[in-house]
Ligand binder design. Structure first.
Ligand SMILES: O[C@H](COCc1ccccc1F)CN1CCCC1
Length: 325
């Protein structure tokens, strides 16, 4: 089988939500290549934490996995926990007849407050799934064997709907050729080595070890690369108050170029002029921020929405394919 689902951006492209049928009920889920749990707001989630969210009712067709629990915390200190059911999950026509559906009994305030988001669909490697006592597979790993090709592609866009495709590569969605790089799976992420970064034809240094993470909004780069980039924007400053680099909203924000697999890819400066940093709209928050405390580089949506990316498990050695949109 194969299929395609829309990836609808929230305001400022903060995250992208995709309609998914869970036990016949449609929920809008954040597809996250940086985690491996499929969890949903549910009738088991306290009403005080789930107002405004679509909720999965396991009573309809879910089969309880008795004694199974899950508990996840994310890099930004958001998190959720709950119990586990097996149910039918359909994404863009691709059907998992029995998928582990993790029903939330508790969610953190970040999730409670984002009422567009009814849960997450993890697309990292199942080795980091949090279900106990028995780890469960991601939707992709569950259906992988039934897909025309063991891959999915990600085509996020700036300010408009993109797509996640499963089982095939749509050659109309990218320009030029796809450049493939090997993936290191030991941390459970789609992790690879990126190369030199430049802006205004000046070297910013090497990016190095990075993950392709659809669940992270921004790009978190090595501190040296980040400070070299903002040195080229007059009036920019790393503001503890704002929580990162900001600059005048009318600044000239240069394109960011990064080498991957020996090819150069461009993130337009306008994507890096990310959001107003305050209510005056005078200062704007940068789409590139330092990866301090993270330990590796995260190429999130600000990067991905300039790219067409193939998450490929067609061979025993997973690989990532990058092309310009
Ligand atoms: O929690 C992730 C973002 O994690 C990456 C990250 C961002 C900022 C500081 C440290 C980090 F590790 C985003 N959520 C994952 C699921 C929903 C959004």
């Amino acid at each position: 089988q194969s299929g395609s689902v829309a990836a609808n951006p929230e305001q400022y492209d903060e995250s992208y939500l995709c309609p998914v049928q869970v036990g016949g009920q449609t929920l809008n889920l954040d597809f996250d290549t940086g985690s491996a749990d499929l969890w949903v707001f549910s009738t088991l989630t306290p009403a005080s934490e789930s107002t405004g969210h679509a909720k999965y009712n396991p009573k309809t067709s879910g089969k309880a996995k008795s004694g199974y629990t899950w508990n996840i915390s994310y890099g930004d200190n958001s998190g959720a926990s709950g119990t586990v059911y097996a149910d039918k999950v359909v994404v863009g026509g691709v059907t998992a007849t029995s998928q582990a559906v993790e029903a939330a009994t508790s969610v953190s305030t970040q999730f409670m407050q984002d009422t567009d988001n009814d849960g997450l669909l993890g697309l990292a490697f199942s080795t980091i799934n949090t279900v106990q006592p028995q780890q469960q597979t991601t939707f992709f790993d569950t259906v992988k064997g039934t897909l025309a090709k063991k891959l999915f592609t990600v085509d996020l866009k700036a300010g408009t709907a993109g797509t996640y495709d499963f089982g095939y590569i749509d050659n109309s969605k990218y320009s030029g050729t796809i450049t493939y790089v090997p993936v290191k799976t030991t941390n459970g992420f789609w992790e690879f080595t990126a190369g030199a970064a430049t802006a205004n034809n000046r070297s910013l240094g090497s990016v190095g070890d990075a993950i392709a993470d659809t669940g992270t909004t921004l790009m978190y780069l090595p501190t040296a690369v980040t400070s070299a980039y903002y040195a080229q924007i007059s009036g920019s400053t790393n503001s503890a108050d704002a929580g990162g680099y900001i600059f005048p909203c009318d600044a000239d924000v240069p394109d960011f170029h990064i080498a991957i697999g020996g090819k150069s890819f461009t993130v337009p400066g306008e994507y890096i002029n990310f959001t107003p940093a305050d209510n005056s709209g005078e200062q704007c928050f940068g789409g590139i921020q330092p990866n301090t405390g993270i330990g590796f580089t995260i190429l999130g949506d600000v990067f991905l929405k300039a790219m067409f990316v193939v998450f490929d498990q067609t061979t025993s050695a997973p690989r990532l394919g990058f092309a310009a949109q």
